[in-house]
Design a protein around this ligand. Structure first.
Ligand code: SF4
Length: 137
C-alpha cells in the first residue's frame, strides 16, 4: 500500500452490525465508566479533570516529554515562552470547562483573553490559534 502511495481506504457498509453479547458489553461499559469516574482513584485523570490538558505543558516541555521537533529539543529552546502557558497561567482565563460528549473527565476549557493582551480573542480547546497565546502579565 505504501509503495502505491495509498493514504486511506474508505469502506461503507449497508448491513447493521449485530452485537455478539449485548449484556456483556453493557456490563463492561458500566464497569469501565464507574472506574474512570472515580477520579480520586486515578490521580492522573483527576489532574486532567482539574487542570485540563495544559496541566502538563511546563513539566513536559522542560523535561523533554513533549514531542517538539520529534523530541529533539527541550525547554525554552524547543518552545520559547512555554512557561507562560502552564495551567496556572491559563486557568485564570477559563470561562468554563468543556469536554467531549459525556466524558466525565472534561479535560477541555473555554478561555477568553478579553483585554490587555495582543491580540484579544476567544480560544477553545478545539480551535487552533493562528498565533501563540500571549497571556496578560
Ligand atoms: S474524551 Fe475528550 S474530554 Fe474526555 S479526556 Fe478525552 S479529550 Fe478530554
Amino acid at each position: 500500500m505504501g509503495a502505491k502511495r495509498l493514504k486511506a481506504i474508505a469502506v461503507r457498509g449497508t448491513h447493521k452490525l449485530k452485537m455478539e453479547d449485548p449484556g456483556q458489553f453493557d456490563a463492561l461499559r458500566k464497569k469501565t465508566f464507574a472506574h474512570v469516574t472515580d477520579l480520586d482513584q486515578i490521580p492522573y485523570l483527576k489532574g486532567l479533570s482539574l487542570f485540563g490538558t495544559c496541566a502538563g505543558i511546563v513539566r513536559n516541555v522542560s523535561t523533554g516529554k513533549a514531542p517538539i521537533r520529534n523530541w529533539s529539543k527541550v525547554g525554552g529552546e524547543a518552545f520559547p515562552g512555554y512557561e507562560k502557558i502552564g495551567h496556572d497561567q491559563i486557568l485564570k482565563y477559563q470561562l468554563r470547562k468543556s469536554g467531549c460528549g459525556n466524558c466525565p473527565i472534561n479535560c477541555g476549557g473555554i478561555v477568553a483573553v478579553k483585554e490587555g493582551c495582543t491580540p484579544p480573542r476567544d480560544v477553545s480547546r478545539n480551535t487552533r490559534p493562528s498565533q501563540p497565546l500571549v497571556p496578560c502579565s
